[in-house]
Design a protein around this ligand. Structure first.
Ligand SMILES: *[C@@H]1O[C@H](CO)[C@@H](O)[C@H](O)[C@H]1NC(C)=O
Ligand SMILES: *[C@@H]1O[C@H](CO)[C@@H](O)[C@H](O)[C@H]1NC(C)=O
Ligand SMILES: *[C@@H]1O[C@H](CO)[C@@H](O)[C@H](O)[C@H]1NC(C)=O
Ligand SMILES: *[C@@H]1O[C@H](CO)[C@@H](O)[C@H](O)[C@H]1NC(C)=O
Ligand SMILES: *[C@@H]1O[C@H](CO)[C@@H](O)[C@H](O)[C@H]1NC(C)=O
Ligand SMILES: *[C@@H]1O[C@H](CO)[C@@H](O)[C@H](O)[C@H]1NC(C)=O
Ligand SMILES: *[C@@H]1O[C@H](CO)[C@@H](O)[C@H](O)[C@H]1NC(C)=O
Ligand SMILES: *[C@@H]1O[C@H](CO)[C@@H](O)[C@H](O)[C@H]1NC(C)=O
Ligand SMILES: *[C@@H]1O[C@H](CO)[C@@H](O)[C@H](O)[C@H]1NC(C)=O
Ligand SMILES: *[C@@H]1O[C@H](CO)[C@@H](O)[C@H](O)[C@H]1NC(C)=O
Ligand SMILES: *[C@@H]1O[C@H](CO)[C@@H](O)[C@H](O)[C@H]1NC(C)=O
Length: 403
């Protein structure tokens, strides 16, 4: 920095110090206070400072829920580690609760123009939760980071490890960008890393997720009700349940929309699904629309179900014929999808299963080439209750009718 610039910025700092009580700069650098909860100091720093730094090499420990909503023009530079405690008793009573799927979270981050970056690590201390959940499946495990009622929020250049449940939730927000995240959930016991989704997007618009590496045990990215205008690009997902629309249309009286979603340049390895859309059918469910969804450029390896539409989700064929899904699926593209399945569904490499009564329309497949393991023989592309279009439609032949 030049002398002139230094003097000018010092002057500016002094002037602003005269205008409003300005925080001592030291308070904007948050360090570990031994044996204590660093949550309040961190929250206070974010409230008072424009830029908050967690220095490299420092691990701050958070033992109280972080409500950082309604922020304006903030930069949190996480160069070190922010680690949440694994005090299950505390968090089950004090994490922020969402009615949506009975979820909860450690950290609400929202407001206008907020940047979280710095190259550091956000640690959810998931192991205790993975072990406790194996004993008690009604345990409500917190989501690590929730972008809540936010506009122009950026999260970039960070690592996230061992979330107790979902890593990222986007709720009631718009113009949210995630760029260059490394997400990793690993269990050191025999208990698995259940429900550790990379991202779930709900009631949010204009969200971009890109250039990230995810190793987890549930959806890599999931588009929940009212996720619109979403771009997902250049992700390497491993061990996940895929890039998933839904499940949608579950709750009676509620209308779910997922519209304008483009997922491109995805590698999907050792996963349960690749590109997937699922919607409920049956009595006493909800309704909605899934429209303009593109999965383009998926390279899949050892995936149980590489390409999936399931519009009779959790509903057997007879019931689905009686109560077809009221969540319509329109304008879908599976383009440039290649690689291998795991053989979990024998020779089936793609399954497009719509409800009877034409509830899916304009579903396109182009440049699709998937192979099952050699012992399962030739690939089977299966489809029900729709007309498939595109240059790979011939692989599917004429779809069967179940209604
Ligand atoms: C978080 O803080 C905001 C602003 O102080 C408050 O309005 C809101 O109720 C708090 N949210 C929760 C879930 O406690
Ligand atoms: C949330 O939990 C309550 C109480 O356990 C249960 O009745 C309700 O069905 C759950 N809601 C959802 C959406 O899972
Ligand atoms: C399981 O977790 C639920 C939700 O936190 C709690 O209410 C219940 O007491 C727990 N059950 C046991 C056996 O710990
Ligand atoms: C994990 O499972 C394996 C195989 O079932 C078993 O041999 C091992 O003892 C288990 N480890 C622990 C820590 O429970
Ligand atoms: C596709 O993603 C890979 C990472 O998996 C990245 O290296 C590459 O640059 C991306 N390609 C394009 C065209 O964005
Ligand atoms: C990828 O996922 C598989 C299956 O879950 C796991 O065994 C493997 O360790 C993961 N690889 C990496 C690099 O994390
Ligand atoms: C989704 O948006 C529509 C239209 O605004 C609204 O009617 C519906 O209640 C919303 N659904 C959810 C789950 O928020
Ligand atoms: C479909 O969605 C993509 C991705 O969000 C968007 O760019 C495109 O404009 C949408 N098409 C229509 C017809 O809305
Ligand atoms: C599919 O891949 C081809 C060749 O790499 C490319 O030309 C085409 O634009 C891709 N399709 C889409 C929809 O991007
Ligand atoms: C299919 O692949 C061809 C050749 O690579 C490419 O020109 C075309 O754009 C692709 N089609 C789509 C819809 O991606
Ligand atoms: C397939 O297309 C034909 C001709 O447009 C239409 O009559 C029929 O209803 C379509 N079938 C389904 C299952 O959508």
């Amino acid at each position: 920095m030049g002398i002139v610039h230094l003097v000018a910025s010092t002057l500016a700092a002094l002037l602003s110090a005269v205008a409003v009580p300005s925080p001592d700069i030291a308070d904007c650098i948050v360090r570990r206070a031994r044996g204590r909860d660093d949550g309040p100091a961190f929250a206070r720093a974010v409230e008072r400072c424009e830029t908050v730094v967690v220095p490299k090499g420092e691990t701050i420990v958070i033992a109280t829920a972080l409500n950082m909503t309604g922020l304006r023009d903030k930069h949190i530079s996480m160069e070190g580690t922010i680690k949440f405690t694994d005090d299950i008793t505390y968090w089950t009573g004090n994490a922020f609760f969402f009615d949506f799927q009975n979820q909860s979270t450690f950290w609400l981050l929202g407001g206008h123009n907020v940047l979280l970056d710095g190259g550091g690590t956000l640690d959810g201390s998931g192991q205790a939760w993975y072990d406790a959940f194996a004993q008690n499946s009604s345990l409500i495990r917190p989501i690590t980071l929730t972008v809540f009622n936010g506009q122009h929020i950026t999260v970039r250049d960070i690592t996230q490890i061992n979330s107790p449940e979902w890593f990222n939730f986007v709720y009631g927000s718009n113009n949210v960008l995630y760029d260059n995240l490394h997400i990793n959930a690993v269990s050191t016991s025999n208990n698995t890393i259940k429900n550790t989704d990379g991202w779930d997007i709900y009631r949010s618009d204009s969200v971009v997720i890109k250039n990230s590496v995810v190793n987890n045990g549930d959806d890599c990215v999931s588009f929940k009700p009212n996720a619109t205008n979403i771009l997902v690009s250049s992700l390497q997902c491993n061990g996940s349940h895929g890039i998933s629309v839904g499940s949608l249309g579950q709750y009676p009286g509620i209308y779910d929309i997922v519209e304008n979603v483009y997922s491109t340049n995805i590698t999907m390895s050792n996963a349960q699904n690749g590109a997937r859309i699922k919607a409920w059918a049956g009595p006493n469910v909800g309704s909605g629309i899934v429209k303009n969804i593109t999965f383009n450029g998926f390279l899949e390896e050892n995936v149980d179900n590489p390409v999936v539409i399931d519009q009779c989700y959790e509903t057997d064929a007879a019931l689905c014929a009686q109560f077809p899904s009221n969540t319509l699926i329109q304008d879908v593209w599976f383009d440039n999808i290649s690689g291998t399945s795991s053989g979990a569904d024998k020779s089936v490499v793609a399954s497009l299963a719509c409800s009877p009564d034409s509830r899916c329309s304009n579903v396109n497949v182009n440049n699709v080439s998937l192979t099952p393991p050699p012992q399962d023989g030739m690939a089977t592309y299966s489809c029900q209750n729709l007309n498939v279009s595109g240059n790979a439609a011939r692989l599917f032949g004429t779809c069967s009718s179940t209604g």
